[in-house]
Write a protein that binds this ligand. Structure first.
Ligand SMILES: O=P(O)(O)OC[C@H]1O[C@H](OP(=O)(O)OP(=O)(O)O)[C@H](O)[C@@H]1O
Ligand code: HPA
Ligand SMILES: [Mg+2]
Length: 184
């Protein structure tokens, strides 16, 4: 599909599927079914986390509810602007709920650190994060994340929800983007 733009496949469809199942089982074990806080509330961060969110939710062996927030800090660039904008806020109150943020990637950590502060101020009963990808060498602000699918090198990646200038989200795997695509 985008063969000429992808330099290498970093994580295959099968690896994503396998790791998502493992994460879902580990995480579900921490949330007792029938708790007074109600069902676990997944907050998906649009648009990047959309594919991971839907696969992760279906792999979780417990009932969950889903809400979405859209924030953006990259736009048509390969580095974070550092300014996080809310493009779509939650429709529901999360006070007293067990909340799990579902992210596709932690790169500089700026988006997540901002989001954690924003959501904690709404008084959830608990607030945790699961991310499919993390770039340990790129982190500028430390955010505690218990569950990471894959630690990856500091290269710009696309696919499985991740875009460059809105393209490549529909690739079923995670690939590195040939630098010619963004240096031309
Ligand atoms: O750790 P950071 O350096 O802050 O980067 C991570 C964030 O950047 C991407 O979102 P983006 O702003 O590209 O929006 P999108 O999900 O709609 O593509 C990605 O989906 C994360 O939310
Ligand atoms: O490597 C990346 N690829 C796509 N979107 C991103 N947002 C932060 N880092 C990345
Ligand atoms: Mg993006």
């Amino acid at each position: 599909m985008y063969e000429n733009d992808i330099a290498s496949v970093l994580i295959s469809e099968e690896q994503i599927e396998q790791r998502t199942k493992e994460l879902a089982e580990t995480i579900a074990a921490r949330y007792p079914v029938g708790a007074p806080e109600g069902d676990l509330l997944l907050i998906g961060v649009l648009k990047g986390a959309i594919f991971f969110m839907t696969d992760f939710a279906r792999a979780l062996p417990i009932p969950t509810q889903m809400e979405f927030m859209a924030v953006s800090s990259y736009g048509s660039s390969t580095s974070s602007s550092g300014v996080v904008r809310i493009l779509k806020d939650l429709d529901k109150d999360i006070a007293g709920r067990n909340v799990l943020i579902v992210e596709d990637i932690i790169d500089s950590g700026l988006t997540l650190s901002w989001l954690m502060r924003n959501l904690s101020s709404r008084n959830p009963a608990s607030l945790e994060v699961v991310t499919l990808l993390r770039k340990p060498e790129a982190v500028k602000v430390d955010v505690h994340v218990a569950d990471v699918g894959f630690d990856i090198p500091d290269e710009f990646v696309v696919g499985y929800g991740l875009d460059y200038d809105e393209r490549y989200r529909d690739l079923p795997y995670i690939g590195t983007l040939d630098p010619k695509v963004y240096t031309d």
